[in-house]
Write a protein that binds this ligand. Structure first.
Ligand SMILES: Nc1nc2c(ncn2[C@@H]2O[C@H](COP(=O)(O)OP(=O)(O)OP(=O)(O)O)[C@@H](O)[C@H]2O)c(=O)[nH]1
Ligand SMILES: [Mg+2]
Length: 415
């Protein structure tokens, strides 16, 4: 069943176009959550009304629109306080959710791992529940409505007193899972296999990229936030070395800070890698805005200084001029490739860029290991990409790509 909804946005002087674009995205979010956008109501307002966000005249207009068209859902593009939600609901007799509640709803639908589910429930208890409690409505109506679904669905109905203890319980659970993740991460850190994280705006093609390279079989679809839980796969490069690729949750504009915080443990995958693969939907008019959002989030995660490969995707839907502009404007900020993952265009260049990024900071060295030190030779084999090995009278002559650490460890054998 599709619910019809009215979308509402406010904008400051001169911000109408941005507001409409943000509403385009809200419409897609609503669609992903199973709601059809019936109409939009916008208002020029430099400061939102403290009680009802939009002004009283607009509120009346909104109420009539909903009543005349038998609509019972309203979605605001901005963040609303619990009091604002209550006031708007009382005035319009509709269910009201804001953008963050809608995003959490989608996260709830898409979370599959235990950690993902707990993160969603925690965020819902902290954000959505206070916006539902005290609505003065029959709480049994909740669950199934837009903005109120997910693992925490039934828990959202609990009262304020029990809320705090449920939050404390989940935080404890999450801490245990985070520890687990840290241990796994520490194991991955120890291995010298290069690690890359696929990041970028939602719906850019991140999962499609991982699927293409590794047959990961991750759900890739034309929906926002198709992926919530990170997936890591090994990819063997043509040269023979392997790397780890991690697909992550997509970013979106107006992702409130508390949501970033709630998903920090999964988003942090981006911090613990050797380089980033930033996938951008080049066919989207808004792609510069998307890149800015992605960069701001990477910055807040402390991952903005990593070497980066920009993958401008969906080239099949772009003009050559646009692709040229994107390459030209970003060439100084990192490596750039333009591809169509769907049509498998440009992927060879992408792979060769990955290959060279895996060797980032490494140099080729010749070593001569005495036959008496097989242990060191084994260690080098585990740490490095070996180009050639030759058994000579003086020892084992090895030619390898090595990082600073390996170079330091075996400097006495460098030829
Ligand atoms: N036209 C075109 N569509 C593509 C291309 N690559 C991916 N897509 C489509 O874009 C949509 C989103 O792809 P995903 O791989 O799910 O994107 P994502 O970045 O993982 O998205 P989220 O997980 O939702 O953040 C899917 O419908 C893909 O089929 C491409 O090169 N060209
Ligand atoms: Mg995905």
């Amino acid at each position: 069943m599709t619910n019809k909804a009215v979308l509402v946005g406010i904008y400051p002087q001169g911000g109408e176009e941005t507001c409409q674009k943000s509403l385009d995205e809200l419409e897609r979010l609503a669609d992903t959550a199973g709601a059809e956008a019936f109409a939009r109501v916008t208002q020029l307002k430099n400061v939102p009304d403290a009680a009802t966000c939009i002004g009283s005249g607009k509120l009346e207009e909104l109420k009539e629109l909903c009543q005349n068209n038998d609509i019972s859902n309203i979605i605001f593009d901005c963040e609303l306080t619990p009091a604002q939600i209550r006031n708007i609901e009382n005035a319009t007799e509709c269910d009201v959710v804001d953008r963050s509640m809608l995003i959490l709803d989608i996260f709830a639908l898409h979370a599959t791992s235990a950690e993902g589910k707990i993160q969603v429930e925690l965020a819902q208890l902290k954000y959505t529940a206070p916006r539902l409690i005290g609505k003065g409505k029959d709480m049994s109506r909740l669950g199934g409505g837009i903005g109120t679904r997910g693992p925490g669905e039934s828990k959202l109905e609990i009262d304020r007193r029990r809320l705090a203890s449920r939050i404390a319980f989940l935080q404890e659970e999450l801490r245990a899972l985070e520890k687990n993740r840290q241990t796994m991460r520490a194991q991955r850190e120890k291995s010298t296999i290069p690690k890359a994280c696929i990041v970028g705006y939602t719906n850019a093609g991140k999962s499609s990229l991982l699927n293409l390279l590794t047959d990961a079989g991750i759900l890739a679809q034309d929906k926002l936030f198709a992926t919530l839980d990170p997936t890591t796969r090994k990819f063997a490069l043509p040269s023979g070395i392997s790397m780890l690729l991690t697909d992550t949750v997509g970013f979106i504009r107006k992702l409130p800070h508390h949501l970033i915080h709630a998903f920090k443990s999964t988003l942090e995958e981006a911090v613990y890698c050797d380089f980033l693969i930033n996938v951008v939907d080049a066919s989207d008019e808004e792609c510069f805005e998307h890149m800015a959002v992605t960069e701001a989030i990477l910055e807040s995660l402390g991952a903005s200084a990593k070497p980066i490969l920009f993958v401008f995707n969906k080239a099949d839907k772009c003009t050559n001029e646009r692709l040229y502009d994107l390459r030209f404007l970003n060439g100084s900020r990192g490596r750039v490739v333009t591809v169509s993952i769907k049509e498998n265009i440009g992927c060879d260049e992408l792979i060769s860029q990955l290959e060279s990024l895996c060797r980032y900071g490494k140099t080729r060295e010749h070593f001569l290991f005495p036959y008496s030190d097989q242990k060191s030779l084994n260690t080098l084999y585990n740490m490095s990409e070996i180009i050639s090995t030759e058994y000579t009278d003086d020892g084992v002559l090895v030619y390898a790509w090595v990082d600073e650490k390996a170079r330091g460890m075996f400097s006495k054998y460098i030829k």
